[in-house]
Design a protein around this ligand. Sequence first.
Ligand code: 6MZ
Length: 341
Amino acid sequence: MKTLPDLYNQEQLAFCQSLPKVELHAHLNGSVRASTLRELAAEKQIDPELCKLIEKGDRTLAECFGIFTLIHQVTTSISAIQRITREVLEDCAADNIIFAELRTTPKSRPEHGLTKQTYVEAVLAGIDAFSEQNSGMEVGLLLSIDRRESAEEAMHTVTLAQQYHSRGVSGLDLSGNPTLGSWTTWRPALDAARASGLHISLHAGEVYRPAETSQMLEWRPDRLGHMCCLDEQLRSSLLASHIPLELCLSSNVITESVAGYPDHHFRQLYHAGHPVVLCTDDSSVFSTTLSREYALAMAAFLLDRREMLMLAKKSIDYSFAESHIKQRLHTAFDRAAAKIQ
Ligand code: 6MZ
């Protein structure tokens, strides 16, 4: 496994666990508990050997998309989708996350009686079930457009985001296998989303596609994810853009989008004062937690406790939460931070 278990020490991990944190880039199906996945796979009589794929440490970016296909084979019922949503949020709360902005791709699976709309309803029901039992963590939701989708399918997802805006859907994400499709396909849907006041985050530069990455930067999304594979010109355009960037250290190192933790572009961007936020991406697929991602950053980039606190606090402002919620989060953050040694 290409993680470096000795990179951070237990004291750093304990400190990062005690930090109040904000998660802004977590794909629902990539964050499913391994135990739940095994249980759901057994119910569907899916070969348990396949589930072991998820526990295997090394994986290329291409293999990740095979794993998502496997996960999607078991998270097909309304009850399973509700359950995984509730559990992912419970895991976030247990990791001292005060705001979790999850993202997921609404799926039409007629063979399982699922439409994109009933999928979104199931996720919202999972969020409600969590919130009824837990008062300490705020939750946001983005709907993802998968790069395998057509312009029409993308537009359908945007329509759902507009319809469920008042129920907590704050925006859209463009994700999926970065080697597939073309930006021009989904751009009209994303234009429509933006025109209706929804926020947009784009996965960009996860592989080297300079023409597309440049067009995405020019489009000026509210946030970007990854931006690992850039040339000098794109790097300066990113810095000049000041667009907040979601960075997922384990994901990028394990999938070899980045050579190693100390080489991660977090270092350069952070020291240049670019707005960055640490995230997990797919906590289950990359066997991580947000606290662990913070500990990796603390160790790899030699950050002190005050710097880690500021990094966590600033993330609140990059979220798509409404301003009154951001204010509440800052108050909760300051209260919790005051208790940290
Ligand atoms: C791009 C990713 C991703 O939407 O079914 N996804 N897209 N790059 C990544 N880096 C590793 N990790 C996850 O969650 C799983 C889906 O999220 C996207 C892929 O489209 C994947 O199928 P949902 O909840």
